[in-house]
Design a protein around this ligand. Structure first.
Ligand code: ATP
Length: 474
């Protein structure tokens, strides 16, 4: 089953249960404290909090998400993407636990010929919150094997917004991939063998004093209980497509194939290279989708995340032995597979290509300038059995435009550490020097400014505010 078909089945199933199908919101988070939309519920927070009236009390969506927190997992685990799609069904004071669990069970276990996903019930496992006997009873009623139900505490199975507001227990659904993938004993024993696919959150409490997950205060029950669920589309896709991980599914594997062609290497032969192939498949797609929502490479915020994704792609390809430019070969492949679900890519792709290929040119120059210097520093460190010095890392940053993350990554690939603390204190010293210089300069300028003001006050004053201000604001 293709990834887009899995998504359509989800929204189609919930539409039949009376949900309004809403389009994905932008990847640019509406919440000023986070850069990207990290979950399907993010656009619905005002409805969950009761601050705005939703268009319907039941909605469903396939939300584009970016989680940079998971970047180090990419390519190493079977299931973490920086970009992924989260399917969700939401109830704003409408149905609650019983229906939410019933819907999830029905969609997962219904045969594929009848519109479901056809998972074998024997392979499904769930976790529930310690106090949530009600959820366990509902799961048992639906047909879940009681032996496949595990109990977890606050840290794992209680959801809050990270501050005062709604909160509640959750129940996570896992698929057992089989004994060849790890230890028996459910998700508590092995999260690689048992892949989490869906999280059901039952928001029935108002919480306060949220210092940490284990130190919160439940104020009372909410008048309007909400349901908020999130299912990882790529995770379900890799399980249903019989693949080993999310990077081998139909929306990502064509990029791995293009990378194989460029490098002349074969995916599946050497684990170290396979991780790089998977990083490339993930990062090219994430960069494409982030750019499609209007972000361009820069030195801060979202633009910096994008820059890192593009640079990691280029470096991974270099490690796979490719010396030529890579993005013109990879980005169009990702666009062509994502196009079916995101036709808006057609409109912006020329502009995306321009920005991405320009970034590649600039980065190739940075690498050309700094790599030899880094190699010298790494060899020096190896010879003395120490880390790359803060001074060398600082010179790479200051003179050759190597961001510290790049120095750290490239050094660690050669098994060498970097004295990051010394680097940071050199950076701080440089900042302090720059501040002192600026103050000195300002002192000089300030004096002359006062002189000018003094002179102008001695002359007759013409008020030029309107014309001056309007020309300045243009
Ligand atoms: P995990 O512990 O496996 O990283 P999570 O507990 O952080 O997942 P949730 O925040 O509950 O995940 O997100 C809901 C669902 O979204 C998960 O059950 C999973 O299917 C999917 N998901 C979460 N993070 C990712 C990711 N980085 N890549 C792909 N899918 C993801």
């Amino acid at each position: 089953m293709r990834t887009s078909e899995i998504a359509n089945r989800y929204t189609g199933y919930f539409e039949k249960q009376g949900h309004l199908v809403l389009p994905s919101a932008s990847l640019i988070s509406p919440n000023p404290t986070t850069l990207f939309t990290i979950a399907g519920m993010v656009p619905f927070v005002p409805y969950l909090l009761g601050e705005q009236t939703p268009p319907k009390t039941r909605v469903t969506s396939n939300q584009k998400c970016v989680r940079t927190l998971d970047i180090d997992e990419v390519g190493k685990t079977t299931r973490h993407g920086t970009f992924f799609q989260m399917l969700g069904n939401f109830s704003f004071g409408d149905y609650f636990k019983e229906e939410a669990i019933h819907y999830a069970w029905e969609l997962l276990t219904k045969p594929q010929s009848e519109g479901g996903y056809g998972f074998d019930t024997e392979k499904l496992w769930v976790t529930t919150f310690t106090d949530d006997e009600e959820a366990r009873a509902i799961w048992r009623n639906e047909g879940m094997d009681p032996e496949h139900m595990q109990v977890m505490g606050m840290e794992d199975n209680f959801w809050t917004m990270g501050g005062p507001g709604p909160g509640g227990p959750c129940s996570e659904i896992y698929v057992d991939r089989g004994p060849q993938y790890g230890k028996e004993g459910g998700p508590i024993a092995d999260e690689n063998r048992y892949t989490e696919i869906w999280d059901l959150v039952f928001e029935n409490y108002e919480v306060d004093n949220v210092k940490s997950k284990t130190d919160l205060h439940i104020v009372g029950e909410l008048a309007n209980k909400n349901i908020d669920t999130g299912m990882g589309l790529e995770r379900v896709a890799y399980l249903l497509q019989g693949k080993e991980n999310i990077y081998e599914t139909d929306e990502m594997f064509p990029v791995i194939q293009a990378a194989e062609k460029l490098s002349g290497l074969t995916y599946g032969e050497k684990e170290e290279d396979d991780v790089r192939f998977r990083v490339v498949a993930d990062h090219v797609r994430s960069a494409l989708m982030i750019m499609s929502d209007g972000v361009r490479p820069s030195n801060e915020g979202r633009g910096y995340v994008l820059r890192r994704l593009l640079r990691r792609t280029m470096r991974s390809m270099k490690m796979l032995g490719v010396q030529e430019e890579v993005l013109p070969e990879l980005l169009p492949v990702s666009k062509s597979v994502m196009n079916a679900s995101y036709p808006e890519l057609n409109d912006s792709f020329a502009d995306i290509e321009n920005a991405a290929y320009g970034e590649e040119d600039a980065f190739r120059r940075t690498l050309d300038n700094g790599t030899t210097i880094l190699d010298v520093a790494v060899n020096k460190a190896k010879a003395s059995g120490s880390a790359v010095s803060g001074a060398d890392a600082f010179a790479l940053h200051d003179t050759y435009g190597f961001p510290i993350e790049l120095t750290l990554e490239m050094a660690s690939e050669q098994g060498v550490q970097v004295d990051e603390d010394a680097f940071r204190s050199l950076m701080a010293e440089q900042k302090a020097r720059a501040r002192a210089d600026a103050l000195k300069k300002r002192g000089n300028v300030d004096l002359s400014v006062y002189d000018d003001v003094k002179k102008s006050l001695e002359a007759p004053i013409d008020f030029l505010g309107y014309t001056d201000m309007s020309s300045r604001s243009r």
